[in-house]
Write a protein that binds this ligand. Structure first.
Ligand SMILES: C[S@@+](CC[C@H](N)C(=O)[O-])C[C@H]1O[C@@H](n2cnc3c(N)ncnc32)[C@H](O)[C@@H]1O
Length: 248
């Protein structure tokens, strides 16, 4: 599947996955970061066009490196950071999340909304831990089963798309086994999927198909529409969990 098509479909949007500014702030509160006045070295990994980065930057002590594989997303992020007056504290870096240039024990916070799945939750949480200071914070959101009974159609789709999909209890156990202590967990509300992510994405489908009149473009849109329909049908069973944990 063409990378360029996916970038074109997503780069005009504020988010490339489910999330919300209020939920980023809630996770910051659960991390104990809301009223920290000291300087914080933060990496926002898989930041996309940077909605979480901009919320993190509201803390005047935050020095953020926003990392993504896709330079086009980072260009959008840089422009947004400039408009927010955060350019002096937000740097961007195009690099793969499994090859980070940081020193060990050098980051106070690793943030990653809807992106750790690219490495896999367990592999990513294990790899990121080495870069955190003792007591440093890992905050990640990740697709999560909300119930134990799962409709067959839903289970088949997501187990194929992401075999590591699991319940919050299983994800939290993984974090604890890797040497983290949980400081908070919450599931994202439906508005984070529908209003903040799927609705703006859907609005771009028609113009995308005008720009790209190919079978591949059509199949990308068909796949997005199928995923949206599946979410709308089964949102009681599937969500995004926000996991906030401290390195111990
Ligand atoms: C589902 S999007 C989430 C983006 C953003 N955090 C948000 O919530 O809107 C996943 C992001 O991870 C990035 N990504 C995918 N694979 C990556 C990798 N190996 N290294 C770094 N970033 C990656 C994608 O470019 C994309 O921006």
């Amino acid at each position: 599947m063409s990378f360029d098509l996916l970038v074109d479909l997503h780069k005009g949007n504020a988010r490339q996955g489910p999330g919300g500014d209020g939920q980023t702030r809630l996770a910051m509160a659960l991390a104990g970061l809301s009223d920290v006045s000291r300087r914080l070295r933060i990496a926002d990994i898989g930041c996309g066009t940077g909605s979480s980065t901009l919320v993190l930057a509201e803390n005047p002590g935050a020095d953020i490196t926003a990392i993504d594989l896709i330079p086009a997303f980072l260009e959008v992020l840089s422009a947004r950071a400039g408009r927010g007056g955060f350019s002096n504290r937000v740097a961007t870096l195009a690099c793969p999340m499994d090859d980070l240039p940081f020193e060990e024990n050098s980051l106070d916070v690793i943030w990653s909304e809807g992106a750790i799945y690219n490495m896999g939750f367990e592999k990513g949480a294990r790899y990121f831990r080495r870069f955190l200071t003792s007591g440093g914070i890992l905050a990640v959101s990740e697709i999560t089963w909300l119930t134990q009974d799962r409709p067959e159609e839903l289970a088949r789709h997501w187990t194929k798309e992401y075999p590591e999909i699991a319940s919050a209890a299983e994800k939290i156990r993984v974090l604890e086994e890797l040497g983290y202590a949980l400081t908070g967990y919450f599931p994202l509300p439906e508005s984070c999927w529908l209003e903040n992510y799927y609705d703006p994405l859907e609005k771009g489908f028609a113009s995308f198909l005008v720009r790209h009149q190919t079978d591949e473009a059509r199949s990308i849109i068909d796949a997005e529409m199928a995923e949206i329909a599946l979410y709308k049908k089964y949102h009681d069973h599937i969500g995004y969990g926000f996991y906030v944990a401290r390195k111990v």
